[in-house]
Structure formats: structure tokens, C-alpha cells
Design a protein around this ligand. Structure first.
Ligand code: ADP
Ligand code: MG
Length: 345
């Protein structure tokens, strides 16, 4: 910029700071869905219902039966850097919740019409907060929270232009819930789109059997029939889940799910480790299918490296790589795996 048009340095208004920050976490409707479902799960919900209109652009509503928000805290929930989940640095280093940045609701509220309806456990009434006007009034609702997000990106037409068709955006929203559902068989999920029920996964418990059942409900019975249970422990790392037999491999890498302490992640260490376990049994470009759950001491993994928390950093990535590779190799080498391969051949 030429010198004569240079403007003095000024602090940006709060509204604009929020909108810029929103760009980091809200790429498309599915980003909002992920954040809202994170919040519902952090609140201890046992049932989460998502409603979409126009692929989430006209409406995203997430309803839960969790702990709710006391009415005096409702306006604070929409403020930046406002969170009930961490209070100090030590909390951050051992964070066990999905959220901790206190950014999501503020970000979403800055780029959409946001409303909160919540009744905290123990309070006699629910309250409704209009995020646009700040109006707070009594309302009716059982304990829990509903967050409604309308007209996403109304103030950011540039973003709106990058959205795909409603059907594609809806598919991404469903995928976001699917990722949560695979980690939480103890929670029921329902997805409605344009007034029609499009997916429903019932709560079925929290043990390994429940997880297998949820994997089948979400990914289909073929996924279970063509995969082997993974159960491996090395030092402080536990790897469980299911690894597909080589014959179950697909052209696209659309059935590869990795979780770290219950959080869905995209991580090169994990995908490389899983892929290398298939080195001798899978050739060419075909993509293995798997759902792998890594549990590790929270102090040995940093989840605060990416605004959307989809990336993590391991303190000892070699340890994790080896554990995942061995976990999958062991599963594939098990006698049942060999039998399954023969049966599928
Ligand atoms: P974070 O999840 O990082 O704390 P958010 O902006 O997503 O930040 O949410 C801000 C706060 O609002 C949360 O810390 C929580 O106290 C409250 N909150 C948001 N959604 C819900 C919900 N569905 N149920 C209960 N409390 C919620
Ligand atoms: Mg959150």
C-alpha cells in the first residue's frame, strides 16, 4: 500500500475481531454443527437432535438434554473467550472436554442470527436469549439447551459464495454428527432435514460391544462383517476399535476414522501408522477402512494446536505411531482375520 494512503494503527472493533476469528472455526454449516454438538456432549447430553434447513444455511438447530445454562450466564455464553470449561493453565493441559476456547458461540453469533433457549437443571423456568438484540425472556422447555443458528454468513457474502449445494452442505453436516456418533454410543442422535428424519442412532451403552453396535448402525453391517476387533496396549497408549480386512478397502478414504481421547482428529501420524500396517496386504491406491480409538494420558497430547481442534500434537509421536501400527497389524494377523479374508475372497 503506498505511503500516502497508509492509515494509522488502530485496534479493531470487537464485532470485526469476532468476524475475523469466526473465519478460523466456521468454514461451512458443518463447522457450526460440530461446535454445537461438542457443546451438547460437554454438557452431558444423552440425546442430541439436529435440525437443518437448506443444508444448514437457513437453519441449524441443536437440541440437547444436558445440564443447561443458568439464565444469568446466557449472555456471557455468547461473549468471546468465555467458557465454563477451563479456568487456568493447568486445566488446559489436562482438558477433558471437547471445548475449552470459549470462542465458538461468539464466532457463530457474529456471522449468523443466533438464539439460545436453555433451562439449567434445578431452575424452575427456561430462558430464551436473542443473540442479535440481547433480549432475554422466560420461556418453556425441559432441562437442556437448544441453540438455533439462522442465516449463516448473512453478513459475510464472500463466505456464502463458497458454499456448495444445499445437498452437499447437508451431507457434510450429517458427516459431522456421524463422527461424534462413532465416539459416543452412549448418546442417542437424530438428524432432521427439511422436516424429515434422515438419520437416527439410538443410545446403546458405553462398552466395546456398544461401540461395535454403533459402528454397525452408522457405517453399515458390512463394515462389521469385514473388519476385525483391535485391542492393543503399549505403555500408556491404548488402541481399540476395528480395522477392515484388506478386501474391504475402497477407492476413497471415506471410512477412516481416528479418535484421540474421544475427539475425532485428522492426524498424519495416525493415518500413516494405520496405512503402514496394511503395507504387505494392500497394494495400489485402495484405501483401508478403519475406526481407531487412541487413548492416551491427556498430558502427552496437545489439543490446542488448531482453532478447530481437528489436529493434535503428540509429545512422543513415535510411541503413538508404533502403537497404532502394531495394533492394526496384530488385528490383521489374527486367525479370524485370515478366515475373513478367505471367506471374502
Ligand atoms: P467452549 O465450548 O470452548 O467453552 P463455546 O463458545 O462453545 O465455548 O460455549 C461457551 C459456553 O457456553 C460453554 O463453556 C458452556 O458453559 C456454555 N454452553 C454452550 N453450549 C451449551 C450447551 N449445549 N449446554 C450447556 N452449556 C452450553
Ligand atoms: Mg464449544
Amino acid at each position: 500500500m503506498p505511503l500516502d494512503t497508509r492509515r494509522p494503527i488502530r485496534e479493531l472493533p470487537e464485532e470485526l475481531i469476532s468476524q475475523i476469528a469466526a473465519g478460523e472455526v466456521v468454514e461451512r454449516p458443518a463447522s457450526v454443527v460440530r461446535e454445537l454438538v461438542d457443546n451438547a456432549l460437554d454438557a452431558g447430553a444423552t440425546q442430541v437432535t439436529l435440525r437443518l434447513l437448506a443444508g444448514g444455511v437457513r437453519l441449524i438447530s441443536v437440541e440437547d438434554d444436558g445440564a443447561g445454562i443458568p439464565f444469568e450466564e446466557l449472555p456471557i455464553a455468547l461473549k468471546r473467550h468465555a467458557t465454563s470449561k477451563i479456568g487456568n493453565l493447568a486445566d488446559l493441559e489436562s482438558v477433558g472436554t471437547m471445548g475449552f476456547r470459549g470462542e465458538a458461540l461468539a464466532a457463530i453469533n457474529s456471522i449468523a442470527d443466533c438464539a439460545l433457549l436453555s433451562r439449567a437443571a434445578g431452575q424452575s423456568s427456561a430462558y430464551f436469549l436473542d443473540g442479535r438484540t440481547g433480549e432475554l425472556k422466560p420461556a418453556a422447555r425441559a432441562a437442556g439447551t437448544t441453540v438455533e443458528v439462522k442465516e449463516l454468513f448473512f453478513s459475510v457474502p464472500a463466505r456464502r459464495k463458497f458454499l456448495k449445494t444445499d445437498a452437499t452442505e447437508q451431507a457434510h453436516c450429517v458427516e459431522a454428527v456421524r463422527r461424534h456418533a462413532l465416539a459416543r454410543p452412549d448418546v442417542g442422535f437424530a438428524i432432521w432435514a427439511e422436516g424429515r428424519l434422515v438419520e437416527q442412532w439410538r443410545a446403546c451403552g458405553s462398552d466395546d460391544a456398544a461401540r461395535t453396535r454403533r459402528l454397525g448402525d452408522v457405517l453399515g453391517s458390512d463394515f462389521i462383517a469385514q473388519s476385525i476387533a483391535v485391542d492393543y496396549r503399549a505403555g500408556s497408549v491404548r488402541v481399540s476399535g476395528r480395522a477392515g480386512i484388506p478386501d474391504a478397502a475402497r477407492a476413497r478414504a471415506d471410512q477412516q476414522f481416528c479418535y484421540v481421547n474421544g475427539r475425532f482428529v485428522r492426524d498424519k501420524v495416525l493415518t500413516h501408522a494405520a496405512r503402514s500396517a496394511y503395507e504387505d496386504v494392500l497394494h495400489g491406491q485402495r484405501q483401508p477402512v478403519y475406526a481407531l480409538y487412541v487413548e492416551i494420558d491427556p498430558a502427552r497430547v496437545d489439543v490446542n494446536v488448531h482453532p478447530t481442534k481437528i489436529e493434535v500434537r503428540f509429545r512422543d509421536s513415535r510411541e503413538v505411531h508404533q502403537a497404532v501400527r502394531h495394533a492394526v497389524e496384530n488385528a490383521l494377523a489374527a486367525p479370524r482375520a485370515a478366515a475373513a479374508v478367505l471367506a471374502a475372497a
